[in-house]
Structures are given as structure tokens and as C-alpha cells.
Design a protein. Structure first.
Length: 341
């Protein structure tokens, strides 16, 4: 829209200078120098008219173009967003389809491989089953033939043995036949009830006697088994206690009690007491030890040997007497006193 403006200003100008002035001759005439200075003021009015019609038309045109551009940008943004969404959907669908296709292919491949493996193993199992069935049939046929052969052989042996027994003990079998005939005659008499009663009572008595004998034999067998187990346990414990690991050149200490007494008639008696397990395994060990110890000059053991014996003695006491009651303590104290004598 066009508009006008007026501006009023007072312009003040300083001036100064000198100038030579010729004046005409009145009397003599001549030239005079004039100096001047001062200020001059002038009111100035400026009227400005601004024509905005081209600018307004340009602004209106620009506004319409900007509106069209805004609409275009909005449409383009919407189209771009839609295109991005569509592309994202297509990419996602492609990726998902590709993933599931890969998984399906992998599973199908594994399934095919497993089916082939299972089929091959089933074929092998069927083949092995057929082979086992064939072997079973052959073994059954062989067993049947062997059984029939041995049955015939044993039947012939039984018949031959029966014949020989009857020939060897022919008088006994004849007597048995006569007794059976007599029994048959007795069964058809009036004494049958008495015979039945006596047979029943004698059968009960015989059964009771047989049961008592069986129980007695079973008790004896159990006692023998118990004695055997006890003896076996003692033997294993003795072997286990007597077994010592080593190179064969190691030295081990065994407690031995050697006593030598001299009677009034100057007769010397020697006695050697060894552990029960050692003496039970070697009957002549005591006599040999007595002879060896009698011929040996027994000296005091060294400090290291004494320490070894003491260490072994203490470990055995701790292993065999480990209780804290009064009886165990008294037993340990008594053993230590006897050891230190």
C-alpha cells in the first residue's frame, strides 16, 4: 500500500572568509579588503512518497508461491513418509520371508538327513534282526537235534542200566514182587483199617523225625558257615595286618618279649613271646627267636631307633584306644607306664 511522508528540517550553515572589494572613485577610489563570518539558516521541507504497489504484488505473488510450495512440501513429505513406510514394510516382509524360508530350508535339510540316517539304521537293524532270527532258528534246530540224540542215548543207558540192575539184584526184585503180592492180599482183608492207621501214624512220626534231622543238619551247616566266615575274616585281618609294602630291604620292628631264667640246679630256661598273629603263622618262630636272642649280644637301641619305636607305639595306642571315658584313659596310662619302665 503506497504512503507519503514529509520531513521538515532547519539547515544551519556556518560561513566565513575575506574578500577584496573594488569601489569606484568618488574621491580617489580604490580597493578594500572585507572579512566576514556568520551563520545562515534555511528551513527545508522534504516530502517522500513511497509507492508499494509493485512490492505488494510481489509479496502477494511470493505468498501464493510459498503456499503452493508449502502444500507441495507437505504432499512430498506425506508421499515420502508413505514411501518409507511402504519400503520398510516390503523390506521387513522380505527379511521375514527370507528368514523363515532359510529356517524351513535348514529344517527340511536336517529332516532329510535324519530320515536318511534313520532309514539306513532301520535297514541295518532289520538286517541284523533277520540274521539273529536265522541264528536262533539254526540254534533251535541244533538244540532239538542234540536233545533228541541225548534223550535217545540216555534212554538206552537207562534201559541198559535197569536191565543190569534187575539181573544183578534179581533175588531182591523177586522178593519185592512176592512182598507186593502179599501186600495186595493183605489190603483185601479186614485188617486194612489198622494198616491204614498205623501207616498214617508212622508216616507222621517219620515226617517229624525227618524234619528234626533236616533242622539239625541245617543248624550244623549254619554253624560251619559261621565258623568258616569267622576264620576267613580272621585270616584276612591277619594278612592285612601282616602285609607290609616295601622294597624287600626295609627293616621293621616287631615287639618280642624274651625271658631267661636260671633255676637252683643251674638249669637255664628261655621263653620268647611274640604277637598272636605272628605266632599263629609260624609255629617254630618262638624257638628260633629264643636261640637267636640267646646268641645275640643285646645292646641298647640308638636314639633314632628308640624314636621310631616310640612313634609307632603312640600311633598304635591312638588308633586302638581312642575313647575319652575313664576306662580308656586308665588303660592308656597303664600301657604308657609299662612302656616307660
Amino acid at each position: 500500500m503506497s504512503y507519503s511522508r514529509s520531513f521538515n528540517r532547519t539547515v544551519r550553515v556556518h560561513y566565513s572568509g575575506s574578500k577584496s572589494v573594488n569601489y569606484p572613485a568618488s574621491q580617489s577610489g580604490g580597493t578594500i579588503s572585507v572579512n566576514y563570518s556568520g551563520y545562515a539558516e534555511e528551513d527545508v521541507t522534504v516530502e517522500v512518497r513511497v509507492n508499494t504497489t509493485p512490492f505488494d504484488s510481489s509479496v502477494a505473488n511470493c505468498s501464493s508461491n510459498v503456499g503452493a510450495l508449502t502444500a507441495s512440501v507437505g504432499a512430498m513429505n506425506a508421499a515420502q513418509c508413505q514411501s518409507i513406510a511402504d519400503n520398510a514394510d516390503r523390506v521387513s516382509e522380505t527379511i521375514i520371508n527370507g528368514f523363515f524360508h532359510t529356517v524351513r530350508c535348514d529344517l527340511s535339510t536336517q529332516q532329510t538327513e535324519l530320515e536318511q540316517t534313520i532309514n539306513s539304521r532301520l535297514m541295518l537293524l532289520r538286517k541284523q534282526a533277520d540274521m539273529l532270527r536265522e541264528k536262533r532258528e539254526n540254534m533251535e534246530a541244533d538244540y532239538a537235534r542234540t536233545t533228541a540224540r541225548y534223550q535217545k542215548l540216555f534212554a538206552d543207558l537207562n534201559n541198559e542200566l535197569s536191565t543190569r540192575i534187575h539181573e544183578v539184584d534179581k533175588p531182591v526184585f523177586a522178593a519185592a514182587a512176592d512182598i507186593e503180592k502179599l501186600n495186595d492180599r493183605m489190603l483185601h482183608t479186614d485188617m486194612i483199617q489198622s494198616a491204614v492207621t498205623m501207616g498214617r501214624e508212622s508216616g507222621i512220626l517219620q515226617a517229624q523225625i525227618s524234619a528234626a534231622c533236616v533242622k539239625h543238619h541245617a543248624l550244623e551247616a549254619m554253624n560251619q558257615v559261621q565258623d568258616f566266615l569267622i576264620t576267613k575274616a580272621d585270616s584276612e585281618r591277619t594278612v592285612r595286618q601282616s602285609f607290609v609294602e616295601g622294597s624287600g630291604r626295609d627293616r621293621y620292628w616287631v615287639p618280642v618279649c624274651f625271658m631267661e631264667t636260671t633255676s637252683e640246679d643251674s638249669r637255664v630256661e628261655r621263653q620268647c613271646v611274640t604277637p598272636q598273629q605272628l605266632g599263629a603263622r609260624h609255629k617254630d618262630l618262638e624257638s628260633r627267636l629264643c636261640e637267636a636272642l640267646a646268641a645275640t649280644d643285646i645292646s641298647e637301641p640308638s636314639a633314632s631307633e628308640t624314636e621310631q619305636v616310640k612313634s609307632y607305639f603312640e600311633s598304635e595306642i591312638a588308633k586302638n584306644i581312642s575313647g575319652d571315658d575313664d576306662a580308656s584313659r586308665r588303660l592308656r596310662e597303664t600301657i604308657y607306664k609299662l612302656f616307660n619302665i
